[in-house]
Write a protein that binds this ligand. Structure first.
Ligand SMILES: Cc1cc2nc3c(=O)[nH]c(=O)nc-3n(C[C@H](O)[C@H](O)[C@H](O)COP(=O)(O)O)c2cc1C
Ligand code: SF4
Length: 659
């Protein structure tokens, strides 16, 4: 049992004492309703306050309708926001947690297709995400924006919040003014470093004058834009000193990047822990105001070490507490072994956020559903048989055990994990196993019997006669690309002499390939990328063919940071990625391919064709038991193959519904 003396030492920032050093940084949830913080958002924040976090910074609050990139943006530009703020601050304060509003103008990173207003920036340099050319702000518009920042800050104070964090990072408007990458003005706001600093200093001054002396005002800043022509750490050290010298700034929250390089700000699994804390430390060495560190600080030991080493004064653990809101409380009570560790998969949080969907967590189905998801007590001591030790089965077993059922898990393999065991063999994906470790340690804590190496049959179930049977037998890879299995449109004809294997069997180590490989990525997702990466890592020459028809609707079912990491890995290994190419026929030494839009055909030579299809539900046991047992439910991929997030969610829901 570890203790975390630094983590649980309070800190006073201006007039606010925060009970510990763990904070949740601003993160867009898509929970807003009518562009205002909703009851759903309140419940989400309150649950995390209950879990013991010291400080919550709200999701970005727009100070103007010119900053309206997604329909569900929270708008702090009218007094209508004060009442929702009051409800949220009361809820959070009940648990001793403090809360700051994040004030936001995204400048050229806005989307006028949502706002129907011109995108604003210091200069008409297109935003990296939208590609939109902004309107160059005129002097009087700048003055208006200063007033908007100030009045949004006053609304936060009126709503009972404890402070504001003005977003100066992630390439938003104040950073656009500061950066030579985006600011090409020639007036007093452009050119020299001094001039480029001016807008930010005026924002700070306007906000401080509006809120007075007894209210916290801090900045979120990017320590480096990570761009050839952008701001570098030495520039930001100088800027940090200048902001501190105003005497009006109470803390600096140090992140990195602009939208052009933003994928590093929410790093996926397969990347090193706490990658940018050293930059926060560099800034901390030159200022006296508190500095917050962030990005991939996932466990309390790492957080404690950062504080003990004086690298920062507070640590943001954002995805870590989306995944387990009780992380601070468990660490404080010496129960850190019970923490459900975030695995940085981005599947439920950022992956959904970027698709403009309400966030959740792949491992924690309660995230974002705090009002409706509660584990209900079992109606009596009944027996539950869970068949399948993958994520869906383990999730169901956990919830059934928490409810008070007598649960036994059966797994035909000699270890738990199901398909995750194969998926985690792919390059950069080993952390997927964290989901299984988290569930397994919960089952051990709850003393749930786990029978490994037992292939359950219909006969066994009938003999045991449990009250409830939960089937979670997963899915099988598709190895036969015939029309009878995959449908006529996506079928591949295999001629004698052709060497064809499945991506799944390549990853599991059950199939070998020749040295020149064509990988046909039929189902967009990570399997194709990961297999191409795996094979090129073995020195194979790999060309990946992406049919691409779904790209016309939605490009990939992968979040941006994860996709970027895998593309980087592929491009570094010279994997060729060819879009809008489908395979018609595999032959000895070549494949006959076609463009799915023009239907023109061409041959590509290869030794092996690797097929990356979807998987098919393994539902034989379910079908055999149907109508023969008292209560039968199936969950996860044996219903229809989907994502880890769905498996864990479905296991939770099914077990919570048992009678
Ligand atoms: C779903 C999601 C939404 C985010 N939205 C914001 C935001 O509104 N404002 C902001 O400054 N950062 C935002 N971020 C970045 C986080 O504040 C944080 O810097 C990032 O998640 C890295 O920290 P972590 O590894 O502890 O999660 C978002 C991150 C996620 C996952
Ligand atoms: S979805 Fe993945 S990255 Fe996001 S909080 Fe959950 S475990 Fe962490």
């Amino acid at each position: 049992m570890a203790s975390f003396p630094h983590l649980f030492t309070p800190i006073t920032i201006r007039n606010v004492t925060i009970p510990n050093r763990i904070l949740i940084s601003g993160h867009f949830t898509h929970f807003a309703e009518n562009n205002l913080p909703s009851e759903r958002l309140k419940a989400y924040y309150e649950r995390r306050a209950q879990g013991g976090v010291g400080l919550i910074i709200t999701e970005a609050q727009s100070i103007t309708r010119h900053c309206w990139p997604v329909p569900n943006t929270c708008m702090a530009d009218t007094d209508a926001i004060i009442e929702p703020y009051r409800r949220i601050s009361e809820a959070v304060h009940r648990h001793g947690t403090k809360i700051f509003a994040q004030l936001w103008h995204n400048g050229h990173q806005n989307f006028s297709k949502v706002s129907f207003l011109p995108v604003q920036s210091c200069s008409p340099v297109p935003g990296p995400a939208s590609g939109e050319v902004p309107k160059e702000l005129e002097e009087e518009e700048i003055q208006e924006i200063l007033r908007l920042y100030a009045s949004a800050a006053v609304r936060a104070r009126e709503g009972g919040l404890d402070g504001v964090e003005i977003h100066f990072g992630h390439g938003y408007l104040p950073q656009q003014f500061l950066s030579p990458y985006s600011n090409i003005r020639r007036d007093r706001y452009g050119g020299s470093f001094e001039n480029r600093l001016r807008f930010g200093l005026e924002v700070i001054d306007a906000v401080r004058r509006a809120v007075g002396e007894d209210f916290v005002v801090g900045l979120r800043v990017s320590a480096d834009e990570l761009l050839e022509c952008g701001l570098k750490l030495p520039d930001m050290i100088e800027a940090a000193q200048r902001w501190e010298q105003t005497g009006q700034v109470d803390f600096l929250h140090v992140t990195v990047s602009t939208y052009k390089t933003g994928v590093v700000a929410i790093p996926p699994m397969g990347t090193p822990p706490r990658p940018f804390v050293w930059m926060a430390a560099e800034i901390k060495h030159v200022v006296d105001i508190p500095v917050f560190a962030v990005i991939k600080i996932t466990d309390p030991h790492t957080a404690e070490e950062i504080l003990a080493n004086h690298e920062a004064d507070m640590v943001a653990m954002t995805r870590a507490t989306i995944c387990d809101p009780d992380l601070p409380r468990k660490a404080r009570e010496g129960r850190e072994d019970e923490i459900r560790l975030c695995m940085n998969c981005n599947e439920g949080c950022w992956g959904r956020c970027q698709e403009m969907l309400p966030i959740t967590c792949a491992q924690n189905p309660e995230a974002g559903r705090e009002r409706e998801f509660h584990i209900l007590p079992a109606p009596g001591r009944k027996r539950v048989m869970v068949i399948g030790g993958g994520p869906a089965g383990l999730s169901a077993a956990r919830v059934a055990a928490l409810r008070g059922y007598e649960v036994t898990v059966y797994e035909k393999d000699n270890q738990l994990g199901g398909q995750i065991l194969v998926a985690a063999k792919a390059p950069l994906r080993a952390d997927l196993l964290e989901s299984i470790r988290n569930l397994e340690k919960e089952l051990r804590r709850l003393s749930v019997p786990i029978e490994l190496g037992v292939e359950v049959t219909e006969q066994m179930v009938l003999e045991k006669d449990p009250d409830h049977v939960i089937v979670a037998t997963g899915a099988q890879p598709i190895t036969d690309p015939s029309p009878e299995v995959v449908g006529p449109d996506l079928a591949v004809q295999i001629e004698p002499g052709a060497h064809v294997v499945s991506a799944w069997h390549v990853l599991s180590g059950e199939a070998e390939t020749g040295s020149k490989v064509l990988l046909y990525d039929v189902q967009p997702g990570l399997q194709g990328f990961a297999t191409a990466d795996f094979l090129s890592g073995q020195g194979k020459q790999v060309e990946m063919l992406v049919m691409g028809m779904r790209m016309l609707f939605s490009p990939f079912d992968i979040d941006g940071p994860t996709l970027a990491l895998h593309l980087l890995s592929l491009f570094n290994k010279d994997v060729k990625v060819t879009y809008f190419t489908a395979v018609k026929k595999a032959m000895a030494g070549a494949c006959l391919c076609y463009n799915p839009v023009s239907l023109r055909e061409h041959e590509i030579p290869c030794d092996t064709l690797v097929l990356s299809y979807w998987r098919k539900a393994e539902d034989r046991l379910y079908r055999a038991l149907k109508g023969k047992v008292r209560s039968l439910v199936r969950v996860g991929d044996c219903v229809a193959p989907r994502y880890l997030m769905h498996a864990i969610y479905e296991g939770y829901v099914a077990a919570n519904k048992l009678g």
